[in-house]
Design a protein around this ligand. Structure first.
Ligand code: GLU
Length: 292
């Protein structure tokens, strides 16, 4: 077994909030409890969503909170060549096709065929895009079988990619890489053994496992932690108006995050003392979790 390597992979779309802190803390505690290595990776793949200065603020805030990357921070915006190489491998296996459908085309087709509005791509361009229509994106052909994996908290999870997701986009024609491909390439390149992240990404995991198989890279262990919700039951995010973390009160915010992670009230005089107690609490919590 390789030495534990975990990561926190924020998208720099704004400052950290209580939800992203809970994820960062969980992945950091999991790495520290396993005497492992913990990395920060900035997922700045989508220029329109990237907020200037947000990456620096995220990294500074994490540092004030005692969460520092053990290796130099990787920025996805610098890794296009690696994504291109993986894309070429998938192409070499006949798994990629160009798709001319706009999002609206896809929605209309789905509604016409099933009366439902959910985003399973019906495979319109799988046999070739219509002549004369420009390619908008590249999709990967998904298999007609269930992908099954164990999540350390949710237990066994299965998803039939063709039925539940459809062929999904890995690259846009304007050269923007999709999260699904980039995350798989980077987790493999960085030797990540354990992914700890928010439960909103649980149903992305089978797509990533399928890509890992196609690219012949190993599959990390996964732990998806419950999302922090606001009073309306929505995931905290910039869109739902989440308050930025108070950089001046790390201890209080860390204590709240620990509560959310089921570690109870951790009294501590300093961030350092909190970290020690939280690691012990995390180890005890792990012993209570069913073994995957
Ligand atoms: N960048 C993603 C986010 O901020 C997280 C990706 C991951 O942990 O796999 O939601």
């Amino acid at each position: 077994m390789h030495r534990y390597k975990g990561r926190f992979a924020p998208s720099p779309t704004g400052p950290l909030h209580a939800g992203s802190l809970a994820v960062a803390l969980a992945s950091w505690l999991d790495a520290r409890a396993a005497n492992g290595v913990w990395l920060i990776r900035i997922e700045d793949l989508d220029p329109p969503r990237t907020v200037p200065g947000a990456a620096r603020l995220i990294v500074e805030t994490l540092k004030r909170y005692g969460l520092e990357s053990d290796e130099p921070i990787v920025f996805q915006s610098t890794r296009s060549d690696h994504y291109q190489a993986a894309f070429a491998r998938l192409q070499g296996k006949g798994l990629i096709y160009g798709c001319a459908c706009s999002r609206k085309d896809v929605d209309n087709m789905i509604e016409a065929q099933s009366g439902r509005r959910f985003s399973v791509y019906p495979g319109t361009c799988a046999g070739g895009a219509p002549c004369g229509k420009p390619i908008r994106a590249y999709r990967v052909r998904v298999p007609e079988k269930e992908i099954f994996f164990f999540d350390r908290a949710a237990d066994g999870c299965a998803q039939h990619l063709q039925r539940d997701v459809g062929d999904f986009i890995v690259k846009r024609a304007d050269d923007l890489w999709a999260y699904q491909l980039a995350v798989v390439v980077d987790d493999a390149a960085q030797g990540i053994t354990d992914v700890v992240r928010g439960a909103d990404l649980l149903d992305n995991t089978p797509r990533q496992i399928f890509l890992q198989h196609a690219l012949e890279t190993s599959t990390p262990r996964y732990l998806h932690i419950p999302l922090v919700l606001n009073a309306k039951g929505e995931k905290l995010s910039k869109q739902t108006g989440a308050a930025p973390l108070d950089i001046a009160r790390p201890l209080l915010e860390l204590q709240r995050a620990a509560q959310h992670l089921g570690l109870g009230a951790i009294e501590a005089p300093s961030v350092e003392a909190f970290a020690k107690r939280a690691i012990e609490g995390w180890k005890a919590r792990e012993e209570r979790l069913p073994a995957a």
